[in-house]
Every structure is written in structure tokens, then in C-alpha cells.
Design a binder for this molecule. Structure first.
Ligand SMILES: [Zn+2]
Length: 327
């Protein structure tokens, strides 16, 4: 079989850019890219132009390669708008992989946002560092602040769910367009009034999938009584289990006494339990003689430490000073 070499340049950047160099350091990779196009369209007046003004240079962080922080070093063009009536004189060439004034490619920003959805900004920054992405928690915060949630007053099918902004403390209500599951609203809190106010301005809704929160159910019933509500089987089972737990708690005592495989009707009297049987021979092993050892004549026996040399001068000196201290 014959294998063909694939032009990765074209796969990654299309015809408009060529990769002309590659630097692989221990901690980072730099891919040098240059624009090849020779015309552009003015973003203000829409006129096409081929008049080169200059080149410009941008360094943009992109998806990491082999776990290393990876940058695109891009040389792109500036053009002049040739329409005399247009007030835009210089046009910066648009780079398809990065938004204007961004230091990271759009796809890298998407990765950062996706990870930070599940972690704190600080945690996300640390995880991303392990993957080969350098981004501070402040930069993650700025990215999150830029997200715009666009409401759709004509939406017909929605999903509604509560989300924790800070677990156990602050909650919000997220509303999704079920056509493509993108978020169209993030409401403060998860109470009935908040949802009712939003539903009042979205009267075209015909279908809502929701969780088991009763606040959502009653808000929908009051504002859109004709609307079909869909709940997941998981939520119904959760409701059932919760209700059964309440019943069991009411009916069954907190402590149950079982003796010989049978449940006792009354609480048994407490018995004092001795853990060791007093007649057990084991107790004898705890008995020991702590008196001074004596010989057959009744004199106490002294034990010498055989490792100590009694003729050693230092030892004799220590013994002397010990005796002096004791007296
Ligand atoms: Zn123009």
C-alpha cells in the first residue's frame, strides 16, 4: 500500500496561512504562521481592497501540543480602505482562529470556559496548567464575565433547572432552548416568583422539561396552564424515595432492639457488662511481683550493667557527682 503525506498545514490553517517554522522548547512550542492572502474587505463600508498598508505581528496561545504550552506566532497584513468616503483608513486582516484583541484562540477559550464550569477559577487554572495551558484565574474570570446570554422571547420549548453558583449558598435558575440546548436565561435565585416573572414574558412556550422542584411546577401551572410539563423518571423516583423516607421516619422508632433474631417490644434494661470474666485464668497474666529481688539470706541483689566499665575514669567521676547530689 502506498501512503500519501498529508498536508497538515492546509488541514490546520487552510489556504490563507502557511506554517513556515516550528520551535520546540522544553516548556513551550511556537508555530510560526504567515498569511498568504492578498486582499480583504473593509469591515466598515464593505469595499474590497488589495492595497497593502503594512504587516502586523501577533502571538496567540492555542491548544497545547504534547502537554506543552503552544503559541501561534502570526504575521498578518494591514490594508488600506480604498473607498474615499469611508472613515476607516487601515484594515487589520481578520484572523479566523482568534477574535480581535484576544491573546488566546477561540477554541482554547472554549476549552478554558468548559473546564471552569466545573471548577473554581483557581482550580481550573491549575488543571489547565497540567494540560499545558497558561491562564491565570483573573483571566478566567474576565472570560466568564464576557459571556453574553441572549434571551429569546419567542422560544417554544424550554428546559429549566436550578444551578449552584456557590454550592449550598447561592442558586440560580438556568433556562435552555430545547431546540439546541443553549442557555437563554440565567435568573437570580430559584424561587417561584423569579420564574413566574420570566414566564410572563415568554407566553409562546408550549413545552417545559423541568426538575422536581415544586416552585417551578407551580410557576408553570399559574402562568402557562396549557403548557406540557416533562419530568425525568429520575426526579419522580427521587420524590417517591423522599416521601417513603418521611413515612418510615414517622412509623419506625429510631432504635430497634433485636434479641435472638426477634424484635423486642420494649426497651431492655441496661446490663452492666464486664468485658473479662473474673474467673478467667487470663487475669493471672496481669499479676506481677514488683518487689526488690533478694538472695537466700534476705539481702537485696544488685544488678550491674555489664556494659559499664567501673574502672573508667569518666564513669567514676559521674558516680561521685551523683552521690554528692543525692546527699
Ligand atoms: Zn471602508
Amino acid at each position: 500500500m502506498k501512503y500519501n503525506k498529508i498536508d497538515l498545514n492546509e488541514k490546520l490553517f487552510g489556504d490563507d496561512f502557511i506554517v513556515y517554522d516550528w520551535k520546540d522548547d522544553t516548556d513551550k512550542i511556537v508555530i510560526y504562521v504567515k498569511a498568504t492572502s492578498h486582499d480583504d474587505i473593509c469591515p466598515v463600508c464593505g469595499s474590497p481592497t488589495k492595497t497593502l498598508h503594512n504587516t502586523y505581528h501577533r502571538v496567540i496561545q492555542t491548544y497545547p501540543i504534547r502537554g506543552k504550552c503552544t503559541y501561534l506566532d502570526v504575521i498578518a497584513y494591514k490594508y488600506n480602505c480604498t473607498n474615499d468616503e469611508c472613515n476607516r483608513k487601515v484594515i487589520m486582516q481578520n484572523l479566523p482562529f482568534v477574535s480581535p484583541s484576544q491573546r488566546r484562540t477561540d477554541e482554547l477559550n472554549c476549552l478554558i470556559l468548559a473546564i471552569s464550569m466545573f471548577l473554581s477559577n483557581e482550580g481550573a487554572s491549575k488543571v489547565l496548567k497540567l494540560l499545558g495551558v497558561t491562564v491565570s484565574n483573573d483571566s478566567i474570570k474576565r472570560l466568564l464575565d464576557k459571556i453574553v446570554i441572549e434571551d429569546n422571547p419567542n422560544v417554544e420549548k424550554i428546559g429549566i433547572d436550578d444551578v449552584a453558583i456557590r454550592k449550598g449558598q447561592t442558586y440560580a435558575t438556568a433556562v435552555y432552548d430545547m431546540e439546541d440546548h443553549h442557555m437563554i436565561a440565567l435568573l437570580d435565585g430559584r424561587d417561584k416568583e423569579t420564574v413566574k416573572t420570566w414566564l410572563e414574558n415568554h407566553k409562546k412556550i408550549k413545552l417545559v422539561t423541568r426538575d422536581r422542584a415544586s416552585a417551578y411546577a407551580s410557576a408553570i401551572n399559574e402562568v402557562l396552564p396549557e403548557c406540557i410539563q416533562i419530568v425525568d423518571r429520575f426526579h419522580l423516583l427521587q420524590n417517591l424515595i423522599d416521601r417513603m423516607k418521611d413515612i418510615f421516619k414517622e412509623e419506625i422508632p429510631e432504635t430497634i432492639y433485636i434479641k435472638d433474631g426477634r424484635i423486642l417490644d420494649e426497651i431492655p434494661e441496661k446490663e452492666a457488662v464486664l468485658k473479662v470474666n473474673p474467673t478467667s485464668k487470663k487475669l493471672n497474666t496481669y499479676d506481677y511481683d514488683n518487689s526488690e529481688p533478694i538472695d537466700e539470706n534476705g539481702n537485696s541483689i544488685e544488678f550491674d550493667k555489664s556494659c559499664v566499665d567501673k574502672n573508667d575514669k569518666a564513669h567514676q567521676k559521674h558516680t561521685q557527682s551523683r552521690k554528692k547530689n543525692n546527699n
